[in-house]
Design a protein around this ligand. Sequence first.
Ligand code: PNS
Length: 162
Amino acid sequence: MKKSIAICPGSFDPPTHGHINIIERSLRLFEKVIVAVAFNTSKSGLFSPDERVEMLKALFKNQKNVVIDSFEGLLVDYARKNNAGAILRGLRTVPDYEYELQMSLANKMMAPDIETVFMMTESAYSHISSSLIKEIVRFGGSVKGMIHPLVEKRLKEKMKKV
Ligand code: PNS
C-alpha cells in the first residue's frame, strides 16, 4: 500500500465494541489510523464531538498508532490534509452496504486518489449500533459486551440512569 495512513471517520455517538474491533484489526493493514469524529453530520448527537473525542482517546490511550481527532467539512478534504491514502469503514448489514456504496462512490468522484477500504464486522458485533445501544440504555437494558465499561458509565450519566 502506497500511503499507509487511513482515516476512520464516523459519528461515534457513542463508540461501540464494533468500532473498536474494526480500528484494532485495521492496524494489521495500516501504519497509522486516524479516528476522526465528524462534526457536521445531519444526525443530532447525544454526546458533543468533544465528548466523543475524549471517550475515544481514553479507549485507545495505549495504542500509539491510533490518533483521535475531529473534523468539519468534507471527509476527502480532511483525508488529503492528513496525507491519508484510505478511508476505512466497517460493514455489518445490507443496508450498511447501500449507504456505504453511495458515500464511497461520491468520495471517489471527488477524490479519485483516495480508496475506501471496507472491513466486515466480526459476527459478535454485527447487530451492534450506536443508536441501538442508546435505546437499550434509555429503557434500562443491559449493554454488556456491546460497549466498553467507560462508555457505558458515560452513557448512563448522560441519560441520568445512575
Ligand atoms: O458514523 P456515521 O454517521 O455513519 O459516519 C458518516 C460520516 C461521518 C462518515 C459521513 O457523514 C461523512 O463523511 N461526513 C463528512 C461530510 C462529507 O464528506 N460528506 C460527503 C460524504 S459522501
